[in-house]
Design a protein around this ligand. Structure first.
Ligand code: MRU
Length: 326
């Protein structure tokens, strides 16, 4: 059974608080766009497609709460900068600002499309994955509201008997791998082992990794992409060891306005998220820490891009243009 990150009930958008998983299942109510933006910023909900759906419902809540739609749109756009799905969803909501019925219909459609595209991503991804796969961050139902992107493909490949085991990067500093991917793989009954982020090279050298598959927060038209900090290092390691490396994403995570990844904004989060672990200090008080939340992987390190329209191969600019029809 997959756990979904949200539900819309009685004019309230309820978010499963991902900061508390897997230890507690607490639901947080959002009744306005302001509250929704705050929840996205605080990472009550996270993952590119999931924050897109949440932002869409944030615009529905703006209507219900009597908030100014332009102001609601602005505050939601400011919540997190890197995942393009947030902006994609808000762009789609804009023509429907004037009508509650139409905005609710559009938000529902955005969510339904997540489910549909992810079923296709899982099928296409399952065809290229095999043996022992390594993944980073959390890309399952909690990150999307559907079946997941990279994790959806992994689970489908396991069901088809292609994938035998998953290495789960813990994903410092937010521990999306340890807390959320481990939780989802356990629920799905897929054999998996948690590793610290710095163990991947060792496992690859021991020939214990047959493929690496990750999610994507924003991909430029040449295939460069931003994903959770640590993804770039995995891509370099995979290339060094001759291991296939795949990002998995819906085409709504591609930003058609960007030629290359250099233009993708990278979120900087607070140093405190690095100097503490679940509220406990792990460094001398006041010690400086850096916290880029995402990194950029150049398209040259990608084997294939797993999308709902199939697995795309180089040259990626041509393949992405054809898939998007632009
Ligand atoms: O900071 P997060 O937890 O929102 O980052 C999430 C990721 O980096 C995921 O890999 C990405 O959103 C793809 S989700 C299907």
């Amino acid at each position: 059974m997959r756990a979904l990150p949200f539900r819309f009930e009685q004019n309230t958008f309820w978010l499963l608080d991902q900061r508390k998983l897997p230890f507690e299942e607490v639901w947080v109510p959002c009744r306005s766009a302001q509250e929704t933006a705050q929840a996205i910023k605080a990472m009550v909900v996270r993952g590119a497609p999931a924050i897109g759906v949440t932002a869409a419902y944030g615009m529905v809540l703006a209507h219900l709460a009597g908030e100014d739609p332009a102001e609601a749109d602005r505050v939601l756009r400011r919540s997190r900068p890197t995942a393009v799905n947030l902006f994609y969803a808000l762009d789609r909501m804009k023509p429907h600002w004037g009508s509650l019925e139409a905005s609710l219909r559009e938000a529902r459609a955005i969510w339904a499309e997540v489910e549909e595209t992810e079923q296709a991503i899982a099928q296409h991804g399952a065809r290229v994955l095999r043996g022992q796969v390594l993944t980073h961050c959390n890309t399952g139902p909690l990150a999307t509201g559907g079946y997941g992107t990279a994790l959806g493909a992994i689970i489908e490949a396991y069901r088809q008997g292609r994938v035998s085991h998953v290495w789960v990067d813990e994903t410092r500093p937010y521990l999306q791998g340890a807390r959320l991917t481990a939780y989802e793989l356990q629920k799905a009954g897929v054999p998996a082992t948690l590793i610290c982020d710095n163990m991947a090279a060792h496992l690859m050298a021991q020939k214990k990794v047959d493929a690496v598959v990750v999610g994507t927060d924003r991909m430029a038209m040449n295939g460069d992409f931003a994903n959770k900090i640590g993804t770039y290092a995995l891509a370099i390691l995979a290339r060094h060891h001759g291991i296939p490396f795949y990002p998995a994403l819906p085409l709504s995570s591609v930003d058609p306005r960007l030629e290359s990844g250099a233009q993708i904004p990278i979120e900087e989060r607070s140093a405190e998220e690095v100097t503490t672990l679940r509220g406990q200090p792990i460094a001398p008080p006041g010690f400086p820490a850096a916290h880029p939340a995402f990194d950029l992987t150049p398209h040259t390190l990608i084997t294939g891009i797993i999308t709902e329209k199939g697995v795309l191969y180089p040259p990626f600019d041509e393949a992405l243009r054809a898939a998007l029809g632009v």
